[in-house]
Design a protein around this ligand. Structure first.
Ligand SMILES: Cc1cc2nc3c(=O)[nH]c(=O)nc-3n(C[C@H](O)[C@H](O)[C@H](O)COP(=O)(O)O)c2cc1C
Length: 186
């Protein structure tokens, strides 16, 4: 399968990038083709400007070349995967800017054939997220408010909990989980 993977984290040594790397290793092992957009290191500009706003409701759309390029990458992929840290129970600004700019109404038809996986790294434990209803909040936001609204064929959220744990063993387990997810991805 052709997978477009979008990742964001400002730090090169972040767990987010390590999880992404292991997931991609699994994907490749499983013979999937991966196109990686690293929003931070590829110099993506997340600022939504007046030029982007003009296009939301018009039928004859003239996207900025950078936005058109990202839309073409989506069109060429069968699956979209996002890897990101949970920030304020939402996606970080880089990813939000990407979604605001690239998931434009003119592209919505494209999504009906796509599957999306949101790989979300959370500092909180599973129990904490469930207890305070953040688990359902984030899942509904990603699956319904974003992917559902965009008419994505299938959307799933995979949480990586307790990412600030000081247990080396636990972190190794998270990385192994990412690898296994890539390996089993279909
Ligand atoms: C600005 C900011 C906001 C954060 N907000 C949350 C949050 O809402 N919920 C949560 O569980 N963790 C939160 N965290 C913790 C991150 O999710 C955590 O740092 C990340 O999962 C750890 O992986 P990393 O090394 O890739 O950053 C936040 C961290 C930062 C820097």
């Amino acid at each position: 399968m052709k997978v477009l993977l979008v990742v964001t984290h400002p730090r090169e040594d972040s767990l987010t990038l390590a999880v992404m790397t292991r997931f991609v290793e699994g994907l490749k092992e499983n013979k999937h083709e991966v196109d990686i957009l690293d929003l931070d290191r590829d110099g993506y500009n997340p600022v939504y400007s007046a030029a982007d706003e003009l296009d939301w409701n018009t039928t004859h759309k003239q996207y900025a070349p950078e936005t058109r390029k990202e839309m073409d990458r989506i069109a060429a992929a069968e699956a979209l995967v996002f890897v990101f840290p949970l920030w304020w129970y939402s996606v970080p600004f880089m990813l939000k800017g990407y979604l605001d700019k690239v998931w434009n109404k003119g592209l919505l038809q494209e999504f009906t054939t796509k599957q999306v996986l949101w790989m979300c790294l959370a500092g909180g434990t599973k129990e904490h997220l469930i207890k305070y209803e953040y688990h359902d909040l984030v899942t509904s936001y990603l699956n319904k408010a974003i992917a559902g609204y965009a008419r994505v064929r299938e959307s799933k959220v995979e949480f990586f909990y307790d990412t600030l744990s000081e247990s080396k063993e636990y972190i190794v387990g998270l990385l192994e989980h990412a690898y296994q997810l890539g390996l089993a991805y279909k």
